[in-house]
Write a protein that binds this ligand. Structure first.
Ligand code: GTP
Ligand code: MG
Length: 615
């Protein structure tokens, strides 16, 4: 069990811990000289064989508030210290506010310096404190009147603290520990300490160290200052680390994680809990998360939601709490609960996006949250597992219940996949209607037409799924609707027998064929459209056709160039294939239009290699 002190400067926090535990938590020379706490101090009180109470002593001076905040993440209980002579002072109030904003731990009150005041004053201060704490919804608090000088009330307080019951830490989630200190011990090596926010850790385990971005191995462990083989959430842990990392590479705010996570997050959506309405809807702020302190910009999106853009990324997970202070770091504005780690840059005020964010904020558990994620945008397994801090086992168990559709490594709901399929089917129908001369459409072009905003790999996987389900078919890579099956009528079949031999190496116009066969131009046009859909011939522009195998030879040149890392130009066609300039231009533009190539200046680069394949 870990207990953090709280209270105004000089109210006797460190002195009280010393009489409780026998340990002076002020360890820095400067602290001793100035008689005040500057950075976090630690003291341990072994209760019996199994249990040790750990204390985190925080500084009361407002100047060191960032250090205070680094100490209270993940704690379950706080000891509020108020001196009887001073009574409630500014940081008494502020520390209470912060404790409430970080998640309302349980609280014990110690009135200190009782030796300096009379009984009447003691009652007065007790009254004052009870009124104040009640405002933060801490009612009927255990309260002890003490003096570190005369030992008054100390036994009763010790007795009370030793009986506090801790609620079990969250061990279903991945191990995560915010480092607040790193040092090297002679003969032992590198040691880091912190409070574990979640999960369990054991000796021999490999963890990921952020900042240095390295794996490290746990050589030895202490929990509450006692050697152990494993430790868990809610405990104060010291880890002796082995790996290619030195003390200088570690700073307060780095994390030890169960799984590698190379990057932090810097554009978030949060649910805000404000102490008073914001004066400006967008403002620069100071942000405190676990042992980290960064600056950023807060933009309110609605009464309940805001965007946070951080100057330095933080290793956040969903539901984490962040304390928000104003630009001068003088005033606490409120707290934020993370609901989305990858906020949208544009369109963040669109009503459907906001409605979705509200739904995310309403989610009560992992399952509801992941369902919401999948509805709005395809989910990346790794990102979602990190966001919920689930162990791999917990995540697969959850997914087996949700039964999502996996498309190219991304997850979505069956309903969403169905909607995308309909969008593609209508795009395809539309394409057939306007491009009757073509056997179908290449998959990348269909993707760009139907669902350009979604990850390409996911759409290709969706197309494969539709092909497998028979919702669409393809002919030599050209996607088409199943009922888009061209067929010659009996008279057309006869006419085609006469037409086909006319196609040599050169392209032919509808008009030329009609003249050569003394046929009606419209009849030939219809005939050639069907022949094109059947794949016999290919129109490079409207009414001008090549034999399809000729087009494959042209395509092959581009493919060969691509294999050598070069692009293709009109001049290449003229010199290497003996095609006239005008026709070469038409062929290359045709390739661009069909999505086979992409134009850059005068060059044409391969784009969708699956098209125009030699059989
Ligand atoms: N008379 C009397 N003096 C006390 C008592 N407790 C603390 N003091 C004195 O008050 C001063 C401040 O005590 P600390 O324990 O350093 O106070 P603190 O709350 O830890 O101060 P910060 O860490 O700087 O916020 C010291 O000079 C202590 O000797 C007490 O019960 N009675
Ligand atoms: Mg102190």
């Amino acid at each position: 069990m870990i207990i953090a002190t709280a209270g105004h400067v000089d109210h006797g926090k460190t002195s009280l811990l010393q009489v409780i535990t026998g340990v002076d938590a002020d360890r820095l020379p400067e602290e001793k000289r100035r008689g005040m706490t500057i950075d976090l101090g630690y003291a341990y009180w072994p209760l019996d064989e199994r249990r040790t109470l750990g204390f985190i002593d925080v500084p009361g001076h407002e100047k060191f508030l960032a250090n205070m905040l680094a100490g209270i993440g993940g704690i379950q209980h706080a000891l509020l210290v108020v001196a009887c002579d001073d009574g409630v002072m500014p940081q008494t109030l502020e520390h209470l506010q912060l404790l409430k904003l970080t998640g309302l731990p349980s609280l014990t009150v110690a009135l200190t310096k009782a030796d300096r005041v009379d009984k009447a004053r003691m009652s007065e201060v007790e009254q004052q404190v009870r009124e104040l704490t009640a405002q933060f919804s801490w009612n009927d608090l255990p309260l002890f009147v003490t003096s570190s000088s005369t030992q008054q009330g100390i036994d009763a307080l010790r007795q009370h603290l030793s009986q506090l019951r801790e609620s079990p830490g969250d061990t279903r989630r991945r191990f995560r520990l915010a480092i607040d200190r790193a040092f090297t011990l002679k003969g032992t090596g590198l040691v880091v300490t912190g409070t574990a926010l979640a999960g369990k850790v054991e000796v021999g385990q490999t963890l990921w160290l952020t900042g240095a971005s390295q794996p490290v191995r746990v050589r030895a462990l202490h929990a509450q200052n006692q050697p152990v083989t494993q430790a868990q959430a809610g405990e104060r842990i010291a880890l002796n680390l082995a790996g290619a990392v030195e003390k200088a590479q570690i700073e307060r705010g780095n994390w030890l994680l169960a799984e590698p996570q190379a990057e932090g997050f810097s554009r978030l959506v949060v649910e805000i809990d404000l102490l008073q309405p914001l004066r400006q809807p967008t403002q620069a702020v100071h942000l405190y998360h676990a042992a980290s302190h960064v600056t950023g910009r807060l933009t309110q999106l609605s009464d309940r939601l805001a965007e946070l853009v951080l100057m330095t990324p933080l290793w956040l997970a969903e539901n984490d709490r962040i304390i928000i202070r104003d630009n001068s770091a003088q005033q606490t504005l409120g707290s934020a609960r993370v609901i989305l780690l990858h906020g949208k840059k544009r369109g963040k005020r669109q009503s459907d996006y906001l409605a979705w964010l509200e739904a995310l904020a309403d989610a009560q558990d992992d399952r509801q949250s992941i369902e919401q994620h999948l509805i709005q945008q395809p989910g990346d397994m790794a990102v979602l597992t990190w966001a919920r801090q689930l162990t791999p086992e917990a995540m697969s168990e959850l997914l087996s219940r949700l039964n999502p559709v996996s498309l190219g490594g991304l997850l979505t709901t069956e309903q969403q996949a169905g909607q995308w399929q309909s969008t593609m089917l209508s795009a395809l129908a539309h394409f057939h209607q306007y491009h009757q001369e073509q056997p179908g459409i290449g998959r990348d072009r269909l993707r760009r037409m139907a669902l350009p905003g979604l990850p390409a790999g996911m759409i290709y996987a969706l197309i494969d799924r539709m092909l497998a389900q028979g919702l669409i078919n393809h002919r030599q890579g050209w996607l088409h609707l199943p009922d888009f099956e061209p067929r010659f009528t009996a008279s057309e079949a006869l006419l085609w027998q006469q037409t086909e031999p006319l196609f040599l190496d050169q392209p032919l116009w509808v008009r030329d064929i009609a003249q050569a066969l003394t046929q009606d131009e419209t009849a030939i046009r219809d005939l050639l459209l069907t022949a094109a859909r059947l794949g016999h011939i290919t129109a490079i522009v409207r009414d001008r056709y090549y034999r399809s195998d000729q087009i494959l030879i042209f395509a092959d040149l581009i493919r060969q160039h691509d294999a050598q890392g070069i692009s293709t130009t009109t001049a290449d066609f003229r010199s290497q294939l003996g095609v006239g300039r005008k026709v070469a231009v038409q062929i290359l533009e045709f390739f661009d239009r069909s999505g086979f190539t992409r134009r850059r200046g005068n060059e044409h680069l391969l784009r969708d290699a699956q098209l125009f394949q030699l059989p």
